[in-house]
Design a protein around this ligand. Sequence first.
Ligand SMILES: Nc1nc2c(c(=O)[nH]1)N[C@H]1C(S)=C(S)[C@@H](COP(=O)(O)OP(=O)(O)OC[C@H]3O[C@@H](n4cnc5c(=O)[nH]c(N)nc54)[C@H](O)[C@@H]3O)O[C@H]1N2
Ligand SMILES: Nc1nc2c(c(=O)[nH]1)N[C@H]1C(S)=C(S)[C@@H](COP(=O)(O)OP(=O)(O)OC[C@H]3O[C@@H](n4cnc5c(=O)[nH]c(N)nc54)[C@H](O)[C@@H]3O)O[C@H]1N2
Ligand SMILES: [Mo]
Length: 768
Amino acid sequence: MADETDRQVENIDESRLEVGRPKKRAAGVPAVRHSLQMSVQQMGVKRTALTLLKVNQTDGFDCPGCAWPEHDQRHTAEFCENGAKAVAEEATRRRVTPEFFAEHSLQDLREWDDFALGQQGRLTHPMLLEAGDTHYRPVTWERAFDVVAEELAALDTPDAATFYTSGRTSNEAAFLYQLFVRGFGTNNLPDCSNMCHESSGSALGDTIGIGKGSVSLEDVEQADVIVIAGQNPGTNHPRMLTSLEKAKAAGATIVAVNPLREAGLLNFANPQKARGVVGRGTDLADEFLQVRLGGDQALFQALAAILVEIDTASPGAALDHEFIAAHTDGLDDFLAGLATLDWATVHEATGLAEADIRRVAGILAGSRRTVICWAMGLTQHPHAVATLRDAVNLLLLQGNIGRPGAGVCPVRGHSNVQGDRTMGIWEKMPEEFLDAIDDEFGFRSPREHGLDTVDSIRAMRRGDVRVFMGLGGNFVRATPDSAATEEALASLDLTVQVSTKLNRSHVVTGRRALILPTLGRTEVDEQATGPQRVSVEDSMSAVHASVGSLEPASPHLRSEVAIIAGIAERVLAGRTDAPRVDWSALRGDYRRIRESIARVVPGFEDVERRLDRPGGFVLPHPPRDERRFETSTGRAHFTRNEVTYPVVPPGRLLLQTLRSHDQFNTTIYGRDDRYRGITGGRRVVFVHADDLAAQGLVDGDHVDLVSEFADGVERRAERFRAVAYDTPRGCAAAYYPETNVLVPLDAVAKDSNTPASKSVVIRLEPVT
Ligand SMILES: Nc1nc2c(c(=O)[nH]1)N[C@H]1C(S)=C(S)[C@@H](COP(=O)(O)OP(=O)(O)OC[C@H]3O[C@@H](n4cnc5c(=O)[nH]c(N)nc54)[C@H](O)[C@@H]3O)O[C@H]1N2
Ligand SMILES: Nc1nc2c(c(=O)[nH]1)N[C@H]1C(S)=C(S)[C@@H](COP(=O)(O)OP(=O)(O)OC[C@H]3O[C@@H](n4cnc5c(=O)[nH]c(N)nc54)[C@H](O)[C@@H]3O)O[C@H]1N2
Ligand SMILES: [Mo]
């Protein structure tokens, strides 16, 4: 463990780190300038112009930046700084060739940080690391598929392999992948969603009967009140700011709930509008509740309690009794729970004043259309599922589900993470889905639930999993407990990464390792029947087509679909119990894959024709469409959840691990975090000035972050610059993935098993 942190410190040059004042406005002209600078660095001028004009256009490719939806009618490319950066990273002209791997040993590359690895560019050739070798060597695709088949055949059971997916994978590739994996005989299909919105899926599935958000873009723009909790849209969903601007123009009130006063929640200067360029932009949050980390559940309960109080004094003033009577159950039990809530607890959990909470409750009481949006600030806590169930309770009280301008809005991360789930990427897909693939492909898929992300790592540590395959993503770096996880991966027989770009998961490997380089969605995907399109689903269940237009980064790349089909053909050859699939026909014509999807997945009927429409089509969502709740009782459930919040021992802080403005998850675009005033470095920890003072520290001091957990293991991330920052007392923040080393594998959310990466108890140890 000491090794891991020592190495990071040695190799990261933080000598140019500067700390300035945090910004109070997002986007504007600086955003355009920064994204163009980065794009031109990666792509050159001409490619930048050609590529950025195709983002999110009806005849273009889906932006790989995030899952926020687009309007059906797109006029010109909507400018988005971080979308542009995500595109530039993929469309870069830099290349990682066999010569690169001949020059650099694995040992050598392990010393590089994430930024250096990612900046090398696109992978060009399939590469194999043979057991005992020091370097990767080029390999033919056929040989690569044989290696996978050999290692899978050597396993005692199919459950000794685990097959990860990251959320950029297209619907077509995801559908084929889960079919291959289930055909092979396991449900071990962990995905990035396990670390992301699993808590949302769990809470929503339990209460309203479907694990997806219930609003459309129009709903957000028509809402009376929009609550944005645990989300930093200015950095992570910049196009959401345009929707918020529209909502404000239509009279919406925005309530932000966040321990940090994020620039993108305060004001938006829309670079597409004159006012955004020369004026003062649009103020966004009308109310800012600067909540303590993990205090949201207590806040939601307090707000609900006040709504009930208002309604008791004046029946009908706050609650939607008709909706409650017609569509819900469990109200009495929920109210009985609320009755036990006391203000001392609420204050301790949230750090907020009662008057502020009452004022926001008053705003909610006066709203007929409320949307609650959230992201990782709510999902990555031990009590995340309970928190989100209480968010649902709050909405149900006022009938805010299945009404225009109202609903639940979990804002997804990866651009197709929601679609991957719809396609069956889940370790515990429901029986109806498994029956449907069995019927379609004439086989019997396994029924026993598989391993999710955290359980896959645990199984590797026990020796029960011997082979890892990743369809995209950067498993070693995205997962918690870096030191333990790296050790787990290193103990495997084979690690396979299907990737566009070099990352740490290529250099922390099993005994044998494969890098299978793939097309990105900006690129033309030419197959036997001609160029192919793929489909993706956004955060609001809209499915649309994505067509690449750039020449592939290398002639040796294969599409994700072609790679999966190639592996499946080899692995399943000769097995009589395998699904009946003509893999090469599917690879040659993705319409054939969609024909099967249409028969298996409800809502995909007539998919080909409906993909031709600008904006595509929207999948059914019973609560949104007809206030139908597919729960055990046919009603939406109020739930009673005991108030939980993090309790931090004296002298310790609660750390959240979050994203800077210049990164996409484990891909680091640059070393700045403009909105938070940071330039030239990433090893910073944001702490309240009084908390620093209480420990005899001041802004600018250097500290080790030491995490303390029930298992008694001390996890350490070395040498961070302390930054005095506007955050509630007792709360700290630092960037992921550098701080993943601090997140214990066993610190997970109840019911969703999501790593609690916004809830890490740490102490600061001064260093000189
Ligand atoms: N440019 C860019 N875009 C991205 C990504 C990226 O890395 N870069 N990642 C994509 C992915 S996969 C995802 S999941 C999303 C992530 O999008 P976000 O969830 O916005 O990402 P984080 O940086 O984790 O930010 C968490 C926010 O929640 C707040 N927060 C933390 N803890 C709490 C809490 O206890 N309560 C409340 N109320 N707030 C809290 C933090 O202060 C911060 O503002 O973005 C997607 N889009
Ligand atoms: N401490 C901490 N940990 C976290 C989080 C946190 O907030 N704090 N957030 C969690 C969240 S929300 C998520 S979603 C995960 C992210 O986990 P992942 O999805 O596993 O990680 P990424 O960094 O998004 O993956 C980047 C890699 O994907 C590959 N890639 C990019 N595009 C494509 C493509 O089109 N096809 C293929 N095959 N490969 C591609 C590239 O090789 C790139 O290096 O991290 C989680 N980990
Ligand atoms: Mo995510």
